[in-house]
Every structure is written in C-alpha cells, then in structure tokens.
Design a protein around this ligand. Structure first.
Ligand SMILES: [Zn+2]
Length: 300
C-alpha cells in the first residue's frame, strides 16, 4: 500500500468511528415500587420527597427502562427488567403497575424477543436481569431470548453467584444460572462490545457494574443503570442505601459525571419514573442537571 492510500484508509476509519450510526430505542419494561428511604440513603425524606412523592407506605414508583440498540445486523437489548416468572408473593413486595411490558414495548417498535442478538446485562440484580429468564412448558427456567448471546462481566458474575448476605435477596439463582447452563453466556473482555458501544465499569453499587457509552451520529449517550438511577441522584451524597460500597460510589460518581460533561454525553436513566434523559453542567454547588428530555428530543 503506498503512503497516500494508507493515509486515506486511516482517515476513512477515523471518520467512520466518529460517525457510526445506530438506532436507539427506549424500552419500558414496566413500573414497580421501592422504598423511598432505601432509594435515597442518608438523604432526609423532607428533601427527596419534593422530587419523588411517596405513598402511605413510603414507597415510590420507579421505571425499569431498558434500551434497544440496532446496529448493522445486531439488535442489542440493555437490561431486561424483572420479568414475570416469579410467584405472587415475590411480586407483592414490588407493586408492579401501569401498562408497560418488555414484550409490549418491543412489539410497538415492530420487534420480537427472538430478534434480539445480544442481551447486555449491566449487573445481575433481579430488576435488571429477571426478564432474561422465563419458565418453559415443563416449568424449567430457560433464557427468554433464544437467539441471543448474554453479556456479563466475569468479576461481577463471580460476585453474584457467591452472594454476600447484603445482596442475597437481589441475586436470584434462577435469574442467573440458566444463562450459563444454556451456553449463551459470554464475559465481556476489555471495554468494547463493538465500535461505538464502549463500557465503563464501577464497583460502588455492586462489583464491576458495566455502564454502556454509545456513540451514534457524532453524539454520545451513557446508560446510567444504578450509578445514577434518576437525575435526582446527581449530587454526590445522594447515594442509594442499596450500594455495597457507598464511599466508593461517592468517588466514582463525580468522576463519571464530569466525563459526561467533558464529552457532552447524554445520560439515560433506567429507573426514573418519567424522565428518560438529561444533560449535566458544572455549577458552584457541584455537578447538576442542565436539561431533561426524552431520548428522541435529545436527538437519538
Ligand atoms: Zn442494582
């Protein structure tokens, strides 16, 4: 290859990675309720209840908002919500409500779960991965996406399959082990699923949670999972009581959020009851929300 050809080849590659085109879709897998105190940790109710009103049992309504990423011949689902295979006693703790479901949201976009090529699991807490598994006709637990590769992090998998007593109620073996038994599990090595789909790992909420950073059409979006369940959690001390290492979250969160500002990333919220996306800005008080909008309004 002569020098000119070599340079133009290099430029084409750089330009391509800058202008990768992906279709992103917000997939609402349903709403549930969690205790407001658990969701806001040490923050007093007099502060958080201004943004998140609680019911008579101190429960607030939260979304399980997944994301579908369409790129070339791949259709990647990020997280799955909690699914519907558990018994009534389990669901009685979580007050599922509203009309949204994973299958319904996929259908509305003209997709079916069998079209999914990759299920990317940020972490293995039940409200993020329960929908990955269903019961078959024989009552056995099997992957609910028969044509998909399931992506997890190896350190997180180790952590989740030997759960500590704090997270035991969130890591349910029936949500996790059938993925491996089916042969559909892969561990993501490095920081990229494919060009334009990069991953950052944080370990304050749980060990090695993976947060996708997606580039499309010159814009960047970060899927916040449980590092920032809602825009209300933006100030550093607003950390969920569920976090296993809250002091580490308080170190990781401002670093990740500052990268979001520096790279003009749009933030996508898995759990906010109604807000899909936000941008951030630096203020005298620290990092704060600049603007909230839907995924479409943000230009994706
Ligand atoms: Zn979690």
């Amino acid at each position: 290859m002569n020098r000119f050809l070599c340079c133009s080849w290099y430029l084409a590659i750089t330009e391509n990675s800058k202008y990768i085109l992906m279709q992103l879709f917000s997939i609402n897998a349903g709403h549930f309720k969690l205790d407001g105190g658990a969701m806001f940790g040490v923050v007093p109710k007099s502060l958080w209840s201004k943004s998140y009103p609680a019911d008579e049992n101190n429960m607030c309504s939260w979304a399980m908002r997944c994301m579908l990423v369409q790129h070339e011949n791949r259709l990647v689902l990020i997280d799955t919500g909690m699914g519907n295979k558990q018994n009534d006693r389990f669901f009685s703790h979580y007050f599922m409500h509203g009309d949204h479901s994973l299958d319904g949201s996929l259908k509305q976009l003209g997709f079916h779960r069998d079209d999914i090529t990759d299920v990317f699991l940020t972490h293995l807490h039940f409200d993020h991965c329960g929908g990955a598994i269903e019961r078959n006709a024989d009552g056995n637990f099997v992957p609910a996406f028969k044509n998909a590769t399931f992506w997890s992090d190896e350190n997180h998998w180790e952590w989740a399959t030997k759960p500590n007593s704090r997270e035991k109620a969130s890591f349910l073996s029936e949500n996790i082990l059938p993925i491996q038994e089916s042969g559909q599990l892969k561990f993501l090595k490095g920081n990229e699923l494919f060009p334009g789909f990069e991953v950052e790992r944080v370990s304050g909420h749980t060990e090695s949670m993976m947060l996708p950073v997606i580039s499309s059409n010159g814009k960047k979006l970060m899927y916040m999972a449980d590092l920032l369940p809602s825009p209300v959690h933006t100030p550093t001390p607003w950390v969920m009581a569920y976090d296993t290492r809250p002091l580490l979250t308080m170190e990781e969160k401002p670093l990740v959020l500052q990268r979001c500002i520096d790279e003009e990333r749009v933030l996508f919220f898995e759990h906010d009851n109604s807000i899909e996306c936000a941008t951030l800005m630096n203020t005298e008080k620290g990092i704060r929300v600049q603007q909230t909008a839907s995924l479409k309004e943000m230009g994706f």
